[in-house]
Write a protein that binds this ligand. Structure first.
Ligand SMILES: NC(=O)c1ccc[n+]([C@@H]2O[C@H](COP(=O)([O-])OP(=O)(O)OC[C@H]3O[C@@H](n4cnc5c(N)ncnc54)[C@H](OP(=O)(O)O)[C@@H]3O)[C@@H](O)[C@H]2O)c1
Length: 300
């Protein structure tokens, strides 16, 4: 297939581009503010520019990991959040529909309230934050705009990435500087290896899957436990990781505490392994150190 990846400079988009090419597909990736070699500039909020890029690329499938992902910023800037996470993707989904192309939207476990996780796809949604509401509206808007939409909900994504922004990079940077990291011990979710997420999503599209599908790692653990695993794998000083309650962090936006995503549906549909954090973190380390890594094996 011929794919357009809107948001190809982010951690999910960059992984998608690599996986698409490795599986023999053609991919054009876009950036917004942070170019990578070969990426094309696109601000997806610009309707005319989106139409131009889609016309130029002629995709059969558009992957849209682009979005406003700073949860606390979204809380204070709801108009920006809804534009980036709902209105702009919905317009791109409609443009995809006009040419008969599939549209893949990336959403989040933050559509749930975190009282009774882990959650299956059909469990009742009740977002606690502007970010969660903007993503939920985005899910509904892209599905209304394009019957061939696939909505992939995921959470706590980690792995090697071009901008080095994710939780594991932050933890490593702070540890290298001898600084402590306060990590919530009361937020449970399903850490997800970005290579698995990208591979599983591409496989779902290859199988022409539509609707909402959860793609996440198999273990539901709290953020502190995940940080401890990262310390083990990356040989960081565990004393620098300090468990705290989410409330102590005084973040602008509320977080779902008892969350996590059930992955029974995706497991029935694909053969891509979804690694537990120990295996995913080891693969991340190997990639960062330039060692060959086989991510085709592992727990399903
Ligand atoms: N990471 C997670 O743990 C996680 C968890 C749940 C759901 N998700 C969802 O998964 C998706 C991908 O996440 P990620 O971790 O890859 O995020 P990310 O690393 O922050 O990447 C976001 C991407 O969107 C692009 N972008 C931002 N604003 C844009 C705009 N106006 N027009 C076009 N592109 C724009 C960014 O471009 P530049 O960087 O070039 O500006 C970047 O390529 C997001 O939609 C997020 O909500 C992520």
């Amino acid at each position: 297939m011929r794919a357009l990846v809107i948001g190809g400079s982010g951690q999910v988009g960059a992984a998608l581009e690599k996986v698409l090419v490795a599986r023999g597909h053609t991919a054009v990736a876009t950036h917004h503010q942070v170019a990578r070699p070969g990426t094309v500039h696109l601000d997806v909020r610009d309707a005319a520019a989106s139409a131009r890029v889609i016309t130029d690329v002629e995709p059969d499938v558009i992957f849209c990991p682009a979005g406003l992902t700073f949860v606390d910023y979204c809380e204070d800037h709801p108009d920006e959040a809804f534009e980036a996470n709902c209105e702009a993707p919905a317009r791109a989904a409609a443009l995809a529909a006009e040419r008969g192309a599939v549209f893949v939207f990336f959403s989040t476990e933050y559509v749930f309230d975190g009282r009774a996780g882990p959650y299956a796809e059909d469990d009742p949604v009740a977002p606690l934050s502007v970010y969660g509401r903007s993503k939920l509206d985005g899910e509904r808007a892209v599905m209304a705009a394009n019957v061939r939409s696939l909505v992939v909900r995921t959470t706590v994504v980690y792995g090697e990435e071009p901008q080095g922004k994710n939780f594991i990079y932050q933890l490593r940077r702070r540890a290298a500087a001898g600084e402590t990291s306060k990590v919530p011990a009361d937020q449970r979710s399903s850490p997800t290896f970005n290579v698995d997420l990208a591979t599983a999503t591409v496989e779902l599209v290859e199988h022409a899957t539509h609707g909402v599908v959860h793609v996440a790692g198999p273990s539901v653990i709290d953020r502190y436990a995940f940080a401890r695993m990262a310390c083990d794998v990356f040989e960081l000083d565990t004393r620098l990781v300090v468990p705290v309650a989410t409330a102590d962090l005084q973040q602008r936006a509320a977080r779902p505490l008892n969350a996590g995503l059930r992955i029974d549906r995706v497991r029935r549909q694909i053969t891509t392994p979804l690694h537990d954090p120990t295996a995913g973190l080891a693969a991340m380390r190997a990639t960062l150190e330039g060692r060959a890594v086989d991510t085709t094996r592992g727990h399903r």
